[in-house]
Ligand binder design. Structure first.
Ligand SMILES: Nc1ncnc2c1ncn2[C@@H]1O[C@H](COP(=O)(O)OP(=O)(O)OP(=O)(O)O)[C@@H](O)[C@H]1O
Ligand SMILES: Cc1ncc(COP(=O)(O)O)c(N)n1
Length: 270
């Protein structure tokens, strides 16, 4: 069985972070492993508090996994502080994983900062260059490039700028624009629009986490980068379409809808 490792924060509400990543790995048929960078007290409405994990323990988790287990792909999510960014970068350089998906998580849906301001430069200098793909949403791409993104032409320019930071490819997600959520993939030579249709729902907690983890799972299974992205877009679209109205805020997406359909368990409560 192929494997994927997520390096991210824990979401007690289960819709984003490590919990979403492991569910997306399972739903996409790879064995999931985790390195926890921070613990958030979180639900569908808000992030109440954050406890960063001691960088030494983060390094130990990464070493414990790589020293023993095969890692076919890595997904990186919430890194929280500059110290954690540096620790993860150093530890990953030791093992040089081939396939690294970076979701540059900065702010939660409810507006809570999940990456400290002084960590952004470290992320740009130390993590982006080791990424096979970086998957910012529009606000994150604006922070990374220092430019407003208002049009599809701006999205193209942002992809080019982010690529110059040293990653192999970029997927700029269009979910934060009004209108259809078209994402833009750039491999340094060609642009590909990964088109979507907007689903009207408030249950979009953890969409970025789920998408990036599905990309990592597809890469682990041997897909090309573009194919991994296209399949992951289909997966997140179905997960949003059948999202779960749990909690009082932004509910989680449904990672297992497709699996239940395939298993013909149509009467399941999903
Ligand atoms: N309402 C929607 N309907 C269909 N697709 C959507 C919708 N909202 C987001 N998407 C898609 O979901 C994926 C994740 O995009 P989004 O821009 O929401 O990421 P994000 O802001 O990083 O997510 P999060 O921070 O919630 O984890 C993208 O492919 C985007 O186009
Ligand atoms: C631990 C963790 N990681 C990532 C997110 C981003 O997800 P969202 O933007 O949907 O709040 C989050 N809320 N919590």
């Amino acid at each position: 069985m192929k494997t994927a490792l997520t390096i991210a924060g824990s979401d007690s509400g289960g819709g984003a972070g490590i919990q979403a990543d492991l569910k997306a790995f399972a739903a996409n048929g790879v064995f999931g492993m985790s390195v926890i960078t921070a613990v958030t007290a979180q639900n569908t409405q808000e992030v109440r508090s954050v406890q960063n994990i001691d960088p030494a323990i983060i390094r130990d988790q990464i070493e414990a996994v790589f020293d023993d287990l095969p890692v076919d792909a890595v997904k990186i999510g919430m890194l929280s502080s500059a110290d954690i960014v540096r620790t993860v970068a150093e530890a990953l350089k030791k093992y040089s994983p081939e396939l690294v998906v970076l979701d540059p998580v900065m702010v939660s849906k409810g507006g809570h900062h999940l990456l400290e301001q002084d960590a952004i430069q470290a992320l740009k200098e130390q993590i982006i260059p080791i990424a096979s793909i970086v998957t910012p949403n529009i606000p994150e791409a604006e922070v990374l490039t220092g430019k407003r993104i208002l049009t599809q032409e701006d999205m193209k320019e942002a992809c080019i700028t982010i690529k110059t930071l040293g990653c192999r490819t970029v997927l700029l997600k269009g979910g934060h624009f009004d209108g259809p959520p078209h994402d833009l993939f750039f491999d340094g030579e060609e642009f590909h629009w990964i088109e979507g249709e907007r689903i009207i729902t408030k249950n979009t907690h953890g969409t970025g986490c789920t998408l990036s983890s599905a990309i990592a799972a597809n890469l682990a299974k041997g897909a090309s980068m573009l194919e991994a992205v296209k399949q992951a877009k289909q997966f997140i679209t179905i997960a949003i379409l059948h999202s779960l109205s749990l909690g009082h805020g932004h509910g989680p997406t449904n990672h297992f809808y497709e699996l239940y359909q395939k298993a013909n368990l149509k009467n399941s409560r999903y």
